[in-house]
Design a protein around this ligand. Structure first.
Ligand SMILES: *Cc1c(COP(=O)(O)O)cnc(C)c1O
Length: 227
């Protein structure tokens, strides 16, 4: 595995190249470093390269890392499935939750968000998949969830997150991200303040940027493959 500094510089260059190629504004795409399963030492190396935003999937592992690193200026994003018995540590230790897909979880996070912290930034996760058996939320269900979340004072709804099933074909990748973008366009008719599309990983970040991603979540290309 190449060292973290080289990897970060290469990803930053990929993001810049994609912004240019697809007519996006410079610096309109934020890099979230996905550090799940990776030790705090690697996170610290990324911090030395100026990286400030990190994403984690597993609550206990993340809380240990956040505590160990102990730098309040970092931004921590929760991107894994949210179990209802884990909403308290998530609401207390994270700045963002990208993987919200149920009102019950939103209500629990809202209730658990400590008063001394600003509202928790949240994205609704939409399930975009071409497998007919795996249908996600309908557009109507998404509308209802978005409106309900928007009423919760300790949450701040920012937009949508998606993790489409991996495919190699660029146009197919774009098609999935296009569908996410159109769902956001639709939601913005009633919630114009929404501004976030969290989509794109190591395999498909260019396609996501082409379709308007404002945050890409990169693990493997930064920290190497996971076990
Ligand atoms: C693990 C993970 C990523 C990072 O994927 P890579 O292929 O390692 O870049 C991004 N988003 C979510 C939701 C993940 O679980």
């Amino acid at each position: 595995m190449k060292n973290t500094a080289t990897a970060i510089n290469e990803i930053r260059a990929r993001i810049r190249a994609a912004e240019t190629r697809f007519g996006r504004k410079p610096d309109s795409v934020r890099l979230l470093a996905v550090s799940k399963t990776k030790p705090a030492e690697l996170v610290l190396r990324a911090i030395e390269c100026g990286q400030t935003e990190f994403a984690e999937n597993y609550v206990q592992e993340a809380v240990e890392k956040i505590t160990r690193i102990g730098l309040p200026e970092l931004t921590w994003h929760f991107i894994g499935p949210v179990q209802s018995n884990k909403t308290k540590p998530i609401a207390a230790r994270f700045d963002w939750v990208h993987s919200l897909d149920r009102l019950k979880i939103a209500e629990r996070l809202n209730a658990a968000r400590p008063d001394h912290l600003p509202p928790l930034e949240v994205c609704l996760q939409v399930n975009i998949s071409h497998e007919a058996s795996k249908s996600g939320m309908s557009a109507n269900e998404l509308d209802e969830l978005a409106m309900a979340c928007n009423e919760l004072p300790r949450l701040r709804l920012r937009g949508l997150m998606a993790l489409p099933a991996p495919v190699a074909d660029f146009d197919q990748q774009r098609q999935s991200f296009y569908e996410v973008k159109m769902l956001l366009v639709h939601l913005k008719r009633t919630l114009p303040e929404l501004d976030t599309l969290s989509m794109g990983t190591t395999q498909d970040m260019e396609a996501a940027i082409a379709e308007g991603a404002t945050m890409v979540r990169i693990g493997t290309a930064l920290f190497g493959p996971r076990e």
